[in-house]
Write a protein that binds this ligand. Structure first.
Ligand code: HEM
Ligand SMILES: *[C@@H]1O[C@H](CO)[C@@H](O)[C@H](O)[C@H]1NC(C)=O
Ligand SMILES: *[C@@H]1O[C@H](CO)[C@@H](O)[C@H](O)[C@H]1NC(C)=O
Ligand SMILES: *[C@@H]1O[C@H](CO)[C@@H](O)[C@H](O)[C@H]1NC(C)=O
Length: 506
């Protein structure tokens, strides 16, 4: 209660100062041609009061009024929001280096090891080094192929679980969100450390429980933006509450990650293998100890967990939601699978490349439901222009990929789910940007396509899927860093006659 009083009294005092300032400053100086901006911008908080979840929808509505390039003030920070494909292209071609920076936020300082992780590091040698290391050690086709057996195994476990729950012969109700989330966490953790923390066959239940608790807490901060990042006075109102929680989480997380590294360093018996990302990085450390510090290795694990799990699992959830809402699409995909892969063996990852319709379903899902609807914030490191407007140094850039993906000037019937649209014009890269564009774009897109492709293909091959009721699955987005579905997806699932055979054979 006290907090709210302080809040409101400070806001009203500030409002008075604001009116006062307006009164005595009738001639606003505007030398720069900044992008248009809603008025008024309140002192201290700027436009923060306008921000309602989901943000991409709020920005889309503002863009209808102020155009595809508009600006806002988040406290003392200038933010430019871009909502057209051509402006986004201008940002990530002509101005790619200028925008290759990231804003420094509180989360980055504490959880992101002083902004030294791949996702948050400022543009420069350190970031380039991290991109190079991961390009070789994690995302190269060599490494991705090496870890194929993990993705195969985890997908098969998912199928077996589903087939057990629908063993009565008829349709049974299943909740897919949790299953997808466990699939992606297990895949990443096995690549990184050789461990499964979800499902059956968990080796160390206590450790797994600790891990799950940490990830749950981390996820709860995902959707929370910290007002203190934008204006110091908000920090004072918040009284460091958010900060304290973040600091405490980062400590727990750090201890956990350190434990994993130490364990691999001491080559504890019982680990699945010594062919994990941690082992590879530790062996590089032998030749370059000053660069491959524990902090760098922990930062990499952290990034893979935070950037590589939820994104893929919500994409799977949106894809399945679209399929049960559009049974004709599901049917067509199954025909393609039966034609190309047949009914004798289980689909394997390399098959995904010849399943064009399946890939179009994934593209269409990423178009309508991009897991990062505003990409990841960029920061300008120099003055530049976009669409004729001046963008000063230190401006935060948000690209509304969600709005671009639904722009009626670029797509016909932009709001309908039609994978066929990609048959005519194969995914024009400049309009479809779920992974971002330019040098800061997603390095995990290849891995994501494989994980999502194999899982989705297997689900279509092995099971029949139906909605629980007559009415369509609710496609409303909830709040969160990765665009989640407001209601976790629950569907009816029934094993196809071939399922048991292909599962046993695989
Ligand atoms: C469907 C799944 C995924 C989507 C939609 C997605 C999307 C994105 C987007 C939009 C960005 C920001 C681009 C920008 O700054 O403009 C990004 C960055 C990033 N993604 Fe992904 N991603 C996915 C999966 C993954 C996976 C599986 C991994 C790794 C295991 C990953 C790792 C990263 C990293 C490390 C960055 C930061 C790159 C940098 O700042 O230099 N992502 N992703
Ligand atoms: C990381 O960002 C925080 C928050 O802005 C800043 O206080 C800190 O100095 C930065 N650390 C490094 C090493 O750049
Ligand atoms: C971040 O950097 C500051 C100095 O720049 C240092 O005092 C602090 O310990 C660092 N924090 C972490 C988690 O490394
Ligand atoms: C950007 O432009 C302003 C003047 O508009 C100038 O003061 C500033 O030094 C410029 N910044 C850079 C990094 O060039």
């Amino acid at each position: 209660m006290e907090d709210t009083t302080i809040f409101y009294s400070s806001v009203s005092i500030l409002f008075l100062i604001f009116v006062f300032k307006l009164w005595f400053q009738p001639t606003a100086r505007r030398r720069k041609n900044l992008p248009p901006s809603p008025r008024p911008s309140l002192p201290v908080i700027g436009h923060l009061h306008l921000l309602k979840h989901p943000m991409h929808r709020t920005f889309h509505n503002l863009a209808k009024k102020y155009g595809p390039i508009f600006s806002l003030r988040f406290g003392s920070r200038l933010v430019v929001v871009v909502s057209s494909a051509s402006a986004a292209e201008e940002c990530f071609t002509k101005n790619d280096i200028v925008f290759a920076n990231r804003p420094k936020l509180l989360l980055g300082k504490h959880i992101g090891y002083n902004n030294t992780t791949l996702t948050l590091a400022p543009y420069g040698d350190h970031w380039r080094n991290l991109r190079r290391i991961t390009a070789i050690e994690v995302f190269s086709s060599n490494r991705l192929n090496m870890f194929l057996s993990i993705r195969r195994d985890e997908t098969k476990r998912l199928l077996e679980k589903l087939s057990r729950s629908s063993s009565q012969g008829g349709f049974s109700k299943v909740e897919l969100k949790t299953m997808f989330s466990e699939l992606t966490f297990n895949i990443i953790m096995r690549m990184v450390a050789g461990k499964r923390y979800y499902g059956d066959d968990v080796e160390d239940e206590e450790e797994a429980r600790r891990f799950r608790r940490i990830m749950k807490e981390a996820a709860s901060y995902g959707g929370a933006s910290n007002p203190g990042d934008f204006s110091p006075i908000m920090n004072w109102i918040d009284r460091g509450d958010f900060k304290n929680k973040v600091v405490s989480l980062s400590k727990t997380f750090d201890e956990f990650l350190q434990g994993l590294i130490d364990e691999h360093r001491n080559k504890k018996a019982g680990l699945e293998s010594t062919n994990t990302m941690i082992d590879h990085l530790l062996s590089l450390k032998e030749s370059q100890p000053e660069y491959y510090t524990d902090q760098i290795i922990k930062g990499l694990i952290l990034v893979l967990l935070l950037a590589g799990t939820d994104t893929s699992s919500v994409t799977l959830e949106w894809a399945m939601s679209n399929l049960v809402n559009n049974p004709e699409v599901l049917k067509k995909a199954r025909v393609e699978l039966d034609d190309q892969v047949g009914q004798e063996c289980l689909i394997d990852e390399p098959d995904v490349f010849k399943l064009q319709y399946l890939q179009n379903i994934i593209s269409e899902t990423l178009r309508l439901y991009p897991a990062a609807p505003l990409l990841v914030p960029h920061l300008s490191s120099d003055n530049c222009t976009v669409g004729g407007y001046d963008i000063p140094c230190d401006t935060i850039l948000l690209v509304n990929a969600w709005a671009i993906h639904r722009d009626p000037k670029l797509w016909d019937e932009p709001n309908s789910f039609k994978p066929e649209r990609f048959e005519i014009r194969e995914g024009d890269a400049r309009k479809l940007m779920p992974f971002g564009l330019g040098r800061r774009s997603c390095p995990g897109s290849g891995l994501a396509q494989r994980v999502v492709g194999l899982a989705l293909g297997s689900l279509i091959q092995c099971f029949e899927w139906e909605r629980v009721g007559e009415e369509k699955v609710d496609m409303t987005e909830g709040r969160g860093l990765t665009m989640p579905k407001v209601d976790p997806l629950v569907v009816l699932c029934k094993a196809r006659p071939i399922t048991n055979n292909v599962l046993v054979a695989a």
